[in-house]
Design a protein around this ligand. Sequence first.
Ligand SMILES: Cc1cc2nc3c(=O)[nH]c(=O)nc-3n(C[C@H](O)[C@H](O)[C@H](O)COP(=O)(O)OP(=O)(O)OC[C@H]3O[C@@H](n4cnc5c(N)ncnc54)[C@H](O)[C@@H]3O)c2cc1C
Length: 466
Amino acid sequence: MPQATKYDVIVIGTSQGGRFLPIVFAKAGRKVAVVERGHVGGVCVNVGCTPTKTMVASARVAYLANRAAFYGVQTGPISVDLQAVRKRKQAVVDGARSYSESNITAGRGLDLDLLRGEAHFIAPKTLEVSFGNGETRQITAPLIFIDTGGRPKQLTIKGVESVPVLDSTTIMELETLPEHLLIIGGGYIGLEFGQMFRRFGSQVTIIQRHPRLLMNEDEDVSDEVTKIFREDEIRVLTETTPQRVEQLSGGRIQLTVSTSQGEQQPSGSHLLAAIGRVPNTEALTPEAAGIHLDKKGYIQVDEQLETNVPGIYAMGDVKGGPAFTHISYDDFRILRTNLLERGSASTQDRLVPYTIFIDPQLARVGMSENEARKQGRNIRVAKLSMNAVPRALETGETRGFMKAIVDAETNRILGCAILGLEGGEIMSIIQVAMMGKLPYTALKEGIFTHPTLAEGLNALFMTLDP
Ligand SMILES: Cc1cc2nc3c(=O)[nH]c(=O)nc-3n(C[C@H](O)[C@H](O)[C@H](O)COP(=O)(O)OP(=O)(O)OC[C@H]3O[C@@H](n4cnc5c(N)ncnc54)[C@H](O)[C@@H]3O)c2cc1C
């Protein structure tokens, strides 16, 4: 058996968390190896947040161009050049990727090796890295961080092997615009792509097996999103379960779905499966290290992100739970604090904000109304339509509402859902108030510039006045 190269620290994966850890450990004088089988930067930079939000920006321009007359602006015929959209997307991705890569490789004087290959455990603290050209290398370290993330879940309905199925990565590489895009899945990825392609000019049908889109949100939030999507002429089918798929002569894709009204056969030119993600744990063979996984293959960790094997930690999507880039980055902060700064950070009680980049954005932090009621909390709910916010009226973007959940005894804000123009930014203001443990009255009575969207928070919390 070849001798394994000894390191102090090994990091597998280079996403939001994984690309910073090697640097801070190397700067602390440790000998570090970081292994990456794909592009540096992981999903977010290469096939997740960065490209989708870049394309969402193009879609928004198309939307506004189509609404130009509403603002008194005359335009000519509007069309979308998908190749130009992709080119712009790729330029932004390439920039972000090379920035991520240079963060790791520019560490001159640091004892840091970037190994471009796939790692798998062969013993508790030993990995083999395969470089794809038949070469392998064994590496070992007392401290190992797994940041291997996840990938799209494959569709498994009958007939699927005989039709081309797009996922969140391949849909962004289409050469031409789909005439009619069928989307299986009513979660955030399906919704972002659905609205994007509708705005580019495709017909879009979203097929959701649950009773509502965005099933984890409160009913009024899901209903408003559905209303907005239907206004945008997106067909939304809920409580609809795909049974089989086939390709008709001429290439059209036909789904057979079961609904409460019986079977239906929606058809389209393209099919996107946006049915969730699965963890990248098979190739890693964590069982060779004795690492416990849950039933879905996610790595089990404690509140300090340590697995059952002392010295082996997992971060980001591969450990399950909220799957967002900022959570992967927060995992990095927890590990840095505990392992390099002798702190005691944990995942317990951390706020998990998120924004779904549909238009208007849906942003959430803290408890939903349903969660608070389930916990039997004594709550008050503040709610304000966006058409009561001067800034929204002036910009002609009045769709959606703001909603905040307040503890009736302490007046503290427990959570909010902002479905509105720049919802992510408005939610972040409420998040800061929550971090500072401010009562809702601080936002109700605070002075905000007129006319900003933030000013709408005065009116939102005034709805709690008797
Ligand atoms: C379409 C889409 C849009 C998204 N939009 C947003 C958004 O707007 N905001 C947001 O916060 N989140 C968004 N996300 C989620 C976000 O991308 C993920 O939560 C984030 O990337 C998770 O990071 P991670 O640390 O788990 O690692 P990942 O980003 O999943 O990266 C893991 C890395 O590990 C590497 N790897 C895996 N196995 C091995 C192995 N055995 N050996 C070597 N290397 C390996 C992979 O190549 C990859 O580079 C989106 C995701 C998708 C798919």
